[in-house]
Design a protein around this ligand. Structure first.
Ligand code: PRP
Ligand code: URA
Length: 216
């Protein structure tokens, strides 16, 4: 499913049954840390499949055991995966298993619990971001303060071609993200109802980082 919004890049809701099934399992508060992490990894793989659906292909001549043929391979810009720490790392292994040559940029941000503003504590990326497609990864798009800050930081390092991938988004977060970065399309497995007074997604799945690492 795709939605256009006031000139901003599109939001794609990945409503594939496997994704929806696994997401429901993740939302369940009885899910173990191990189960939560495994599911996030698996959904990462499925979202990688969707977010790369339109990558350009080029012809290549190969020799099969039977005869020569013209196959197709991915052309164009190389990929960078940019997880927002900590929870974004949960997508990384699943995505890297499908895109093993991708580079990785780590964006360390935490959300101040009082102000809900994103605070940067780490940033390390390849230097040639301008020549690459950057997939920014974070399971949660709540206020979007973290996503907006991460994309700003990556753009300041030269990134021009970015895509944002999450698991759950709040309508408020989508609106804010599109206002700040109308050039960056979003892929999400679901758009939930709203944010509560503490900036958590409702019904959501709780604190993704804490559930992933068992730190609550
Ligand atoms: C969570 C989540 C996002 C952010 C989303 O991270 O992983 O990065 O909050 O909220 P926002 O859209 O309102 O900015 P958190 O700051 O809790 O850090 P963690 O991943 O280390 O737990
Ligand atoms: N961060 C999370 O991990 N969960 C939310 O619901 C909002 C921000």
């Amino acid at each position: 499913m795709q939605a256009e919004s006031g000139g901003a890049a599109r939001v794609t809701v990945v409503d594939h049954p496997l994704v929806q099934h696994k997401l429901t399992m993740m939302r369940d508060s009885d899910r173990s840390t191990k189960g939560f992490r495994e599911l996030l990894n698996e959904i990462g793989m499925l979202l990688a499949y969707e977010v790369t659906r339109d990558l350009p292909l080029e012809p290549v001549t190969i020799q099969t055991p039977i005869q020569p043929m013209e196959g197709r391979r991915i052309a164009g810009k190389k990929l960078v995966l940019a997880p927002i720490l900590r929870a974004g790392v949960g997508f990384l292994d699943g995505m890297l298993s499908l895109m093993p040559s991708a580079r990785v940029a780590h964006v360390g941000l935490y959300r101040d619990p009082d102000t809900l503003q994103a605070v940067e504590y780490y940033f390390k990326s390849p230097s040639d971001l301008a020549d690459r497609t950057v997939l920014v990864l974070d399971p949660m798009l709540a206020t979007a303060n973290s996503a907006v800050a991460a994309v700003e930081r990556l753009k300041s390092r030269g990134a021009k071609d970015l895509r944002f991938v999450c698991l759950l988004a709040a309508p408020e977060g989508i609106a804010r993200f599109q206002a700040a970065h109308p050039d960056v399309p979003v892929w999400t497995a679901a758009i939930d109802s709203h944010l509560n007074d503490h900036g958590y997604i409702v019904p959501g799945l709780g604190d993704a980082g804490d559930r992933m690492y068992g730190t609550r």
